[in-house]
Design a protein around this ligand. Structure first.
Ligand SMILES: [Fe+2]
Length: 287
């Protein structure tokens, strides 16, 4: 079955969010939503999430799932806001506990921060499946960018998060805590073992040099033939060498510190302080 996919592109963070719909009904899932955040002022905004809500309501869709491919380091998730407005269960990979453990330490969170993934409604393991209406979805653990990354294969469409990007841009970085270029290479081989005509929807696009438009949809066949990092049977060791050299040149994403603190809580802000104010931390020289 072929889901109907509607993409929403956030120009501030180059993130693509998706509404994935059962073609035979009104059920849908939302993948990788965005809560707008202005770092300078510390203010949130729901314009990006409201565009998703407007689409869901205009199409009379029922949200069953609000899915995260991973704990994003470059944008905040709007999952709790979407859940409040539209319903649905928030799901992520079960290795979230590793990520919570790592960043619970980085941000020196107290014991009130649970590291068991209980902020989410559903923790998926490799090989799990679920349904969106009549549409079957299979979950693949695809670590490398982070240890908890998941790919959701929904009908003939794979939502790969930050593993593969468009063929002319390549692959995701692997230098965050818990990342591994070797793991990413192996995860990508699993994605590329899906049928060639599987549609691939990527988590970000940055336009490759020479490309005029943002793009987010490709196929397994196109990735195998043309991906500049892993296409044409590139071998693991040359990929790892290339990936590590490239990662060494990359700066941290602008929103990494707020994003991690919020997204490891399933998109919830930390508990307000005794004045009722929500505070985020800025650890110095920690990451
Ligand atoms: Fe990411």
């Amino acid at each position: 079955m072929s889901p109907i996919v509607k993409a929403f592109f956030d120009t501030a963070t180059n993130t693509v969010s998706y509404v994935v719909r059962d073609p035979q009904g009104a059920s849908c899932a939302i993948v990788d939503s965005v809560l707008d955040f202005d770092h300078a002022s510390g203010r949130t905004d729901t314009a990006s999430a409201d565009a998703v809500i407007a689409h869901v309501q205009a199409e009379n869709l029922t949200v069953q799932w609000i899915l995260e491919t991973h704990v994003h380091a470059d944008h905040l998730s709007a999952a709790p806001y979407l859940q409040e407005k539209l319903g649905g269960q928030i799901g992520i990979g079960n290795q979230i506990t590793t990520v919570q453990d790592t960043f619970g330490k980085v941000f020196n969170e107290g014991t009130e921060f649970q590291r068991d993934g209980s902020q989410f409604d559903r923790l998926f393991g490799d090989g799990d499946s679920f349904h969106i209406g009549q549409l079957r979805a299979d979950v693949m653990h695809t670590p490398g960018h982070t240890p908890a990354c998941m790919t959701y294969v929904i009908g003939d469409a794979a939502f790969v998060g930050d593993t593969l990007f468009m063929p002319d841009f390549g692959t995701a970085r692997c230098d965050f805590p818990g990342g591994s270029a070797r793991d990413l290479f192996q995860s990508i081989q699993r994605i590329l073992s899906l049928p060639d005509d599987t549609r691939i929807f990527v988590g970000h696009d940055y336009k490759a040099p020479g490309r005029e438009e943002f793009a987010w949809e490709t196929t397994v066949g196109a990735q195998k033939a043309r991906n500049i990092h892993v296409g044409a049977d590139r071998d693991e060791s040359s990929f790892v060498e290339m990936r590590q050299a490239r990662d060494a040149t990359l700066g941290m994403p602008k929103l990494i510190l707020p994003s991690l603190q919020v997204n490891m809580r399933a998109g919830h802000m930390p508990e307000p302080d005794e004045q009722g104010d929500v505070m985020l931390k800025l650890p110095v020289n920690k990451i």
